[in-house]
Design a protein around this ligand. Structure first.
Ligand code: FES
Length: 141
């Protein structure tokens, strides 16, 4: 039986824990590709190792996995519209592609800067969309 310290070491997977940093070096299956059945379908909430994420499939079929909070004013992108190769925030209309880049500033009158969503790398094996949740953007093994 593990002592308390070893149990904590092995079971805590937050981004700032040793086990969390180890696990984030590898691809982690997060959802079945079928859960994002068609282009521009509604985004899907995903929770991996305690991190809330948002998965969506764009018009061309590419899958994106981003933090659900809009970098502009913090609106939840889950309520955004998935349209024309991007997820559009319903609050002020910024649109983000699957790489997290802001591709349209829509109706915002002032420049909001070059904001981008935090995104996570995604690869799609035969039947599942897998992702590494590394916060530092490094490529997983
Ligand atoms: S909060 Fe999303 S565009 Fe302003």
């Amino acid at each position: 039986m593990l002592n308390r310290e070893d149990n904590e070491l092995l079971t805590r997977t937050g981004a700032d824990t040793p086990m969390g940093q180890l696990v984030r070096r590898f691809w982690i299956p997060v959802l079945l590709s079928a859960e994002l059945a068609e282009p521009d379908c509604p985004p899907k909430k995903v929770k991996v190792m305690g991190e809330d994420l948002l998965a969506f499939r764009d018009t061309t079929g590419r899958v994106g996995l981003v933090e659900p909070t809009c970098p502009h004013r913090g609106a939840n992108l889950y309520f955004g519209r998935n349209e024309e190769c991007g997820l559009r925030c319903v609050f002020h209309g910024l649109k983000f592609d699957v790489d997290g880049n802001c591709v349209d500033t829509a109706c915002t009158t002032r420049c909001v800067g070059n904001r981008a969503c935090n995104r996570l790398p995604v690869k799609k094996p035969s039947s599942a969309a897998g992702s590494n949740v590394a916060a530092n953007g490094s490529s997983p093994a």
